[in-house]
Ligand binder design. Structure first.
Ligand code: NAI
Length: 254
């Protein structure tokens, strides 16, 4: 069993980018952070990145442990959470952050690219939330934060699958907030805009400049801009906020 004052945080996709920054924003003595990651194309690099996140959390005197777990695989996900629950007996915060893109114009989009993105970005959030919500209901406390996207609200050319998945996350967030509120559980979404990570590094200069033109604050965001909002939503100061979508986009959507 966990020590009474230990705070247990689970982050999906914590090996790099926004997920890593979220892990670091929670890192402090007395907090245990468990995160997963998954990369079919380069599992070794992903494991190295995950070890780096663990190290940086440890540098801040926190504790982190990670595992390669594909959130599309329900058995793997349930083993992952059962392992955490066996060890700690509780989960205080779940951040559903893992996500992928497979862009293409709607009329050319392959069914497998549609399915892959919806499975990771939306069904993965459902699977993790369902498992953790049951535990949080018994605890009568908890905080769930889902990472959506500004394009889940605005749509975006070439991202029919991604924007649909992120719009779905917003609907799921609002429903879960209503269903779980009476048990003392808050559920909110963050909608980041254009954030500097591996996900956006692959963009051409042209696409990048077009994106920057749409940002009133005239800069790309950093993972830390998103992470600080996640830390706030999980804090005592945000205990009266639920079912909301917080845009962290430099004003891309106003
Ligand atoms: P990233 O590509 O740098 O990192 C993605 C993380 O998700 C990695 O840790 C990866 O291992 C994990 N992951 C991917 N597929 C997985 C699977 N099937 N099972 C378990 N883990 C998996 O991405 P980034 O940019 O840090 O994005 C994080 C979240 O923020 C995503 O949900 C993304 O859609 C969202 N977002 C990102 C924006 C950006 O501009 N970077 C803008 C809006 C939203």
């Amino acid at each position: 069993m966990t020590e009474q004052n230990e705070r247990v945080v689970v982050v999906t996709g914590g090996s790099r980018g926004i997920g890593r920054a979220i892990c670091l924003s929670f890192a402090r003595p007395g907090t245990s952070i468990y995160f997963n990651y998954f990369s079919p194309s380069d599992p070794d690099a992903e494991a190295v990145a995950a070890a780096e996140t663990e190290k940086r959390v440890a540098d801040k005197q926190g504790f982190a442990a990670s595992k390669s777990v594909n959130i599309v695989n329900e058995d793997e996900v349930s083993n992952f959470f059962n392992g955490i629950i066996d060890k700690t007996g509780r989960i205080d915060v779940l951040v559903n952050n893992a996500g992928i893109t497979k862009d293409g114009l709607l009329v050319r989009m392959k069914e497998q690219d549609w399915d892959a993105v919806l499975n990771v970005n939306l069904k993965g959030v459902f699977t993790c939330t369902k498992i953790v919500a049951k535990l949080m209901m018994q605890q009568r406390s908890g905080c769930i934060i889902n990472i959506s996207s500004v394009v889940g609200v605005t749509g975006n050319v070439g991202q029919a699958n991604y924007s649909a998945s992120k719009a779905g996350v917003i609907g799921l967030t609002k429903t879960a907030a209503k269903e779980l509120a009476s048990r003392g559980i808050t559920v909110n979404a963050i909608a980041p805009g254009f954030i500097e990570t591996d996900m956006t590094a692959a963009m051409s200069d042209k696409a990048r400049n077009a994106m920057l033109d749409q940002i009133p604050l005239k800069r790309a965001g950093y993972p830390e801009d998103v992470a600080s909002v996640a830390a706030f939503l999980a804090s005592e100061g945000a205990s009266y906020i639920t079912g909301q979508v917080v845009h962290v986009s430099g004003g891309m959507y106003i």
